[in-house]
Design a protein around this ligand. Structure first.
Ligand code: 0O2
Length: 277
């Protein structure tokens, strides 16, 4: 058997995890910057430790030189959603992507494990570029709700503490907790649209306020100072009213004022060019 150079072996897995985290975080950003609700709430990832890889290989009777071929979760990415409904949306987004190829799926949401574990697993092939050229890396993507993640994190720590032999009385409490998680996710789903509306208006509110303040700051450089102070005072007055429609109206008016100043500040030669064009 060849010597296993673990650092070298694991480097492309590390790259795959890092790249995928950036991509899924960008998906959150794209949704939110367009004022849309993001089905992905948080993303994290890890490369399995060598000890954990060897443990799993031993448990599954996998020879050391077959580990890369047969272990599916050396690289792991975890996507956390707010609601159960978001999980399917994320699954569809992943299936449609052209930068990863889905090679297996496991639905532990509709088919809960005996332990009480619930999550949707997808194994994808993801291409990374290394010094030796391109490599397709297997990555396990686990998709679950915040509540499911809470349960599985606690259960995972207990499995570690009791070396997978969790005592019956604790197992029973975990089973009760798993059922409570199902009820919690169902309750949250029933008020999903209200929660999404609330989150969207809070996002919209911060975007409008940021736009207004940005406009005021730009005006401060080019406009009459007394006028900018008046605009700022008016903004604070409207802000205190806590009325999103008034803020929207104020923002639109400010856009028009700023546009007027921008037009005035266009250098003469550019104006000529614009007029000729
Ligand atoms: P770690 O430490 O998270 O990496 P199998 O079909 O069971 O032979 P495998 O690979 O175990 O093959 O597949 P499975 O069952 O889909 O599990 C993959 C990963 O899902 C596990 O990796 C866990 O992260 C998670 N998981 C599966 N079952 C449970 C469970 O009952 N409780 C918790 N908390 N997590 C679970 P590892 O390598 O077991 O663990």
């Amino acid at each position: 058997m060849e010597i296993q150079l673990w650092r070298e072996i694991l480097t492309p897995y590390d790259l795959a995890v890092k790249e995928l985290i950036v991509k899924f975080e960008h998906l959150i950003y794209e949704h939110r910057s367009r004022g849309m609700y993001s089905p992905v709430e948080q993303v994290s990832g890890r490369v399995k430790t060598v000890a954990s890889i060897l443990d799993k290989a031993q448990k599954k009777n996998i020879a050391v030189d077959e580990i890369e071929e047969k272990l599916m979760d050396i690289a792991g990415v975890r996507i956390i959603c707010q609601f159960v409904e978001d999980i399917q949306k994320v699954v569809e987004i992943i299936r449609r992507r052209t930068d990863m190829e889905v090679i297996a799926e496991r639905d532990y949401i509709n088919h809960m494990k005996d332990s009480g574990y619930r999550s949707y697993h997808m194994i994808v092939l993801y291409e990374v570029q290394t010094l030796e050229g391109s490599r397709k890396i297997k990555v396990e993507i686990q998709i679950r709700t915040l509540a499911m993640n809470f349960w599985s994190t606690i259960e995972h720590s207990l499995q570690y503490k009791y070396k997978k032999n969790i005592p019956d009385h604790i197992r029973e409490k975990l089973t009760n907790a798993a059922n409570a998680i199902i009820s919690l996710d169902n309750e949250m789903s029933s008020v999903r649209s209200e929660i999404m509306d609330a989150q969207n208006s809070s996002l919209l509110h911060s975007r409008i306020v940021a736009d207004i303040l940005n406009n005021i700051q730009n005006l401060y450089r080019i406009a009459n100072q007394r006028e900018v102070h008046k605009i700022q005072d008016e903004f604070y007055r409207i802000y205190e009213l806590n009325d999103i429609d008034q803020l929207k109206r104020f923002s639109r008016e400010l856009d028009i004022i700023s546009e007027g100043y921008r037009a005035q500040s266009v250098p003469a030669e550019d104006m000529e060019l614009n007029l000729k064009g």
